[in-house]
Write a protein that binds this ligand. Structure first.
Ligand SMILES: Cc1cc2nc3c(=O)[nH]c(=O)nc-3n(C[C@H](O)[C@H](O)[C@H](O)COP(=O)(O)OP(=O)(O)OC[C@H]3O[C@@H](n4cnc5c(N)ncnc54)[C@H](O)[C@@H]3O)c2cc1C
Length: 440
């Protein structure tokens, strides 16, 4: 035996311990009992009921099913030894008797066991039993058929196991399902989150019928989510917690729903890109019948702003470029970091307009040779929104324009803008940007 950091000393006399598996132990017990006078064993025999006198005041025998046939067996005394599945407590209750009180003691021990082969003559038993403050232990017991029974055990696991099982398997998913599968339950929670209300007010706000409302209120009361003062219901702090978290979850799923379809085109590869701050999002996509939505949205963003900073791909459509350069030739304060190949395309689109704009103090052009995702993403910071313009880099087609008012996304975009601007070079002479037909 090992305890408190060392093996226990051997005693002056050996201390024999009989170790056996339970099937062996039960088999030997059965064999011994069967040899007693007056004992008859009946295999495959099930107790069905008690035989009693008319008033059920005395048990006279049992009804059994023995090898398939139901029989009555008279007896002077009947002992119930059917263990935990005993029907006697129910029988007593049914016949007007008080069933015995149930007393439960949680032993709070759990173990796993396995049989492994053992050398025939090796009968050592090894024990490192759980003892305070150590809650885990193990034992190796020599049993029949040249095997060791290896046991690993732990105490004080009950609360842990119950909480894990509860959380993982049962109640949490049930409660989520309970809530989100009913619009009325969610609406009652939302309504009470806004202000307390009586039944009529809740019915008017949610459209739930009277029986439905009764069920919902009773379910919520059972869960301690609501409490009543007179005729008025209000959320408890537990209910407020549920309502707040549900709102956050619904908001998150709303964002997820908008972002899901354009997810393949978003610049996840850029470090720090995160969905969390994607609040206040507008997603514009070219539809099958109407491909202009992103272009129109971009035009709206750039004509609605007084400042613009950006880097990477730009929408090279006249319907965008014309309003952009009109604005740049007017009052838009604009700084943009272009990949050289993209700036070449601008010059190719309308050299005079571009040259006219870059000569102005309010339009500053930078060139950067190694912008990440240069052929598939352009990011613009407007007065109060940030846009991500996303392309399929293989086909060059515009896939989506996503814009957001999120301050976190703005900070993320601004940090990249500052980094790229520090790496970029000023445009200098427009004609120094070589027009190259092979550029993408
Ligand atoms: C996994 C496990 C490990 C355990 N380890 C230990 C341990 O190491 N040490 C220890 O002391 N205790 C241990 N126990 C507890 C111990 O097994 C029980 O306390 C003990 O077996 C109870 O004995 P019993 O005779 O009351 O009931 P049981 O042993 O359960 O016997 C009841 C018998 O009645 C039979 N029966 C039930 N209904 C009917 C019916 N209608 N008709 C006919 N027959 C019926 C059952 O088939 C069963 O054979 C363990 C229990 C479990 C489950």
């Amino acid at each position: 035996m090992y305890s408190q950091g060392g093996f226990l000393a051997a005693g002056s006399e050996p201390f024999p311990i009989y170790a056996a598996t339970r099937p062996l132990y039960e088999q030997l017990l059965r064999r011994r009992v069967s040899k007693l006078d007056g004992v008859q064993l009946r295999g495959n025999c099930a107790f069905l009921n008690y035989l009693t006198d008319d008033g059920a005041t005395r048990v006279n025998g049992v009804v059994i099913r023995d090898d398939g046939s139901v029989q009555e067996l008279a007896a002077d005394m009947v002992i119930d030894a059917t263990g935990r599945t005993s029907r006697t407590p129910n029988w007593l209750q049914k016949h007007g008797y008080t069933p015995p009180e149930i007393e439960e003691v949680h032993v709070d021990l759990a173990y796993s066991a396995i049989l492994i082969d053992r050398p025939v003559d090796d009968r050592r038993m090894i024990g490192v039993l759980a003892e305070a403050p150590r809650t885990r232990g193990g034992a190796v017991l020599p049993v029949e058929d040249d095997r060791w029974l290896v046991n690993l055990h732990g105490i004080h696991l009950y609360d842990f196991c119950v909480s894990v099982r509860t959380k993982c398997m049962n109640e949490t998913p049930d409660d989520i399902e309970f809530l989100v599968t009913s619009d009325h339950r969610v609406a009652v929670l939302d309504t009470l989150a806004a202000s307390s209300s009586d039944r009529d007010g809740l019915r008017a706000a949610t459209g739930a019928s009277s029986p439905t409302m009764s069920r919902i209120l009773s379910d919520f009361e059972d869960r301690h989510w609501i409490e009543r003062e007179g005729r008025t219901y209000q959320l408890t702090r537990l209910g407020e917690f549920v309502a707040d978290r549900l709102e956050e979850f619904v908001d998150a799923m709303t964002i997820e729903r908008r972002i899901r379809e354009v997810w393949p085109w978003l610049p996840h590869e850029i470090e720090g890109f995160d969905l969390g701050p994607f609040t206040d999002v507008v997603v514009s996509r070219p539809g099958p019948g109407y491909p202009y939505q992103p272009v129109e949205r971009f035009t709206h963003l750039l004509t609605d702003t007084t400042t613009m900073r950006g880097f990477g791909m730009v929408i090279l459509k006249s319907s965008n470029l014309e309003p952009f350069f009109d604005h740049a030739l007017d009052e838009l304060e604009c700084e943009y970091i272009y990949p050289p190949s993209i700036f070449e395309k601008l010059i190719a689109w309308d050299r005079d307009t571009v040259v006219g704009a870059v000569d102005r103090a309010n339009y500053t052009v930078w060139l950067h040779d190694n912008l990440p995702l240069a052929d598939q993403c352009g990011i613009c910071l407007f007065d109060d929104r940030v846009s991500l313009c996303c392309y399929d880099h293989e086909t060059g087609t515009l896939q989506t324009l996503v814009d957001t008012g999120s301050e976190d996304i703005r900070r993320w975009a601004e940090s990249y803008y500052s980094q790229f601007q520090a790496e970029a070079r000023p445009l200098g002479d427009v004609d120094s940007v070589v027009l190259d037909d092979s550029s993408p």
